[in-house]
Ligand binder design. Structure first.
Ligand code: UGA
Length: 435
């Protein structure tokens, strides 16, 4: 199959490289000349484990190429995937679809022969209809089917998630469209991944409903964590105890500082807006978003509380800045309101993140960036674990304690066991567990 992938962001680049690895002939297109020039030099614009090797191998095998001009790859393609950004629109929280529609208009002009145009970006229900309308208006003779194929990969585990998905959702009622997408995903049938065919609007809805449900699970366990702290229960055991019920499931029940990233905050906001447009109120999702925003802001107060309520002049060491491990992504990271809150309360903040510090400097310019966890902890009155990078899971506790001014650790990801921290002489606070 010949594939044109429009947009070389997270989803576009990972999907393009994985499709090429399946054996398809893929051209990734991006308007950003610098990005394409960097990709030609073999430089990957995002941090994603394994992606550079995957791109290099498929470029070498001549199955993957990059260009700024979509006309030729689109004309030759069996399928054109739209994987451009759909950020939150400034002011109202609706998904900004201007990049998707601009891509549709441009694609329409170059279509030749039967082509399936597929939205892979997360787009509100009904976007496929508008993409189809734009294409037919721009190029009335085009032989085209517009399908939805939402992507469910997670940053940091993107390649694995793409190659071993729980399911692939394809939204189109057109038989020819189903055949092309079925052929593109055929290599996955070896992994027994169910290919679910459904209507286009339903596929669009599935993506938002999935993200909103996962965000709800996280927010639910975060509230149960708050209550567990008060009543003296251990939220991790509560999560395991409920999660072993197959109807609930153990995943996405890890309590923490609140969800962040480029998807959950943006997509829950957009879903609420879609519902409002249809006069439907999604009270649960609205609460999830509000509770999560409050929670992220409350984390600075949690640190202050651990230090007896006064942070002025205190030095706080922050370990982990990105919204989750194995990414350099700082979008909506819980570390941002946390650090901002600490600074507002008069603290000095030192921070270390294994790969996210360059990105973090744009968001948090006025803190001290350190070389590693131990230099970060030097002279600190408290150490806060914000992102659960693997290298923070087995710190030398004796060395850490010796370098700190006060042995206080606030572990927002429950990486350590309270009894081990107590034995090492730390005052230790975590999330939803008795001290
Ligand atoms: C999320 C979804 O998991 C993907 O299926 C989806 O494709 C993606 O959004 C998207 O729409 O593009 P991602 O944002 O990369 O993926 O990362 P997650 O692993 O889902 O984590 C999101 C946030 O939730 C992180 O801040 C993480 O720390 C937090 N989280 C996750 C928890 O606090 N507890 C958990 O149990 C799980």
């Amino acid at each position: 199959m010949r594939i044109a992938m429009i947009g070389t962001g997270y989803v576009g680049l990972v999907s393009g490289a994985c499709f090429a690895d399946f054996g398809h002939d893929v051209t990734c297109v991006d308007k950003d000349e610098r990005k394409i020039a960097a990709l030609h030099r073999g430089e990957i614009p995002i941090y994603e484990p394994g992606l550079d090797e995957l791109v290099a191998a498929n470029v070498k095998a001549k199955r993957l190429s990059f260009t700024t001009d979509l006309s030729k790859p689109v004309a030759e393609a069996d399928a054109v995937f739209i994987a451009v950004g759909t950020p939150s629109r400034r002011g109202d929280g609706h998904a900004d679809l201007s990049y998707v529609y601009a891509a549709a208009r441009e694609i329409a002009q170059s279509l030749s022969g039967f082509t399936v145009v597929v939205t892979k970006s997360t787009v509100p229900v009904g976007t496929g209809d508008e993409v189809e309308r734009i294409i037919r208006e721009t190029n009335p003779n085009a032989d085209v089917v517009v399908a939805s194929n939402p992507e469910f990969l997670r940053e940091g585990a993107a390649i694995r998630d793409f190659k071993f998905p729980d399911r692939v959702v394809v939204g189109t009622s057109d038989e020819r469209g189903r055949k092309v997408l079925g052929d593109i995903y055929r290599p996955l049938s070896l992994n027994q991944a169910p290919l679910m065919f459904t209507a286009r609007r339903t596929a669009e809805m599935i993506k938002y409903a999935a993200n909103a449900f996962l965000a709800t699970k996280i927010t639910f366990i975060n509230e149960i964590a708050d209550l567990s702290e008060k009543v003296g229960a251990d939220v991790q055991e509560v999560a395991r105890g409920i999660g072993l019920d197959n109807r609930i499931g153990t995943k996405f029940l890890h309590a923490g500082p609140g969800f962040g990233g480029s998807c959950f905050p943006k997509d829950t906001k957009a879903l609420i807006k879609i519902a409002q447009d249809y006069d439907v109120q999604l009270r649960i999702v609205e609460s999830v978003l509000a509770v999560n925003e409050n929670r992220k802001r409350a984390m600075a107060r949690k640190v202050s509380h651990a230090l007896g309520g006064a942070l002025r002049g205190k030095t706080i060491a922050v370990l982990g800045l990105t919204f989750k491990p194995d990414t350099d992504d700082m979008r909506d990271a819980p570390s941002i309101p946390l650090v901002t809150g600490l600074l507002d309360m008069g603290a000095n903040v030192r921070a270390f993140d294994p790969v996210g510090m360059e990105q973090a400097k744009h968001e948090l310019p006025s803190i001290t960036y350190c070389e590693d966890a131990y230099s970060c902890a030097q002279g600190a009155d408290a150490l806060v674990i914000v992102t659960e990078w693997v290298q923070f899971r087995a710190l030398d506790l004796g060395r850490l304690k010796a370098t700190m001014a006060q042995p206080i650790v606030v572990d927002l990801r429950n990486v350590y066991r309270p009894e081990d921290m107590a034995a090492a002489g730390f005052v230790y606070e975590s999330v939803g567990r008795p001290p």
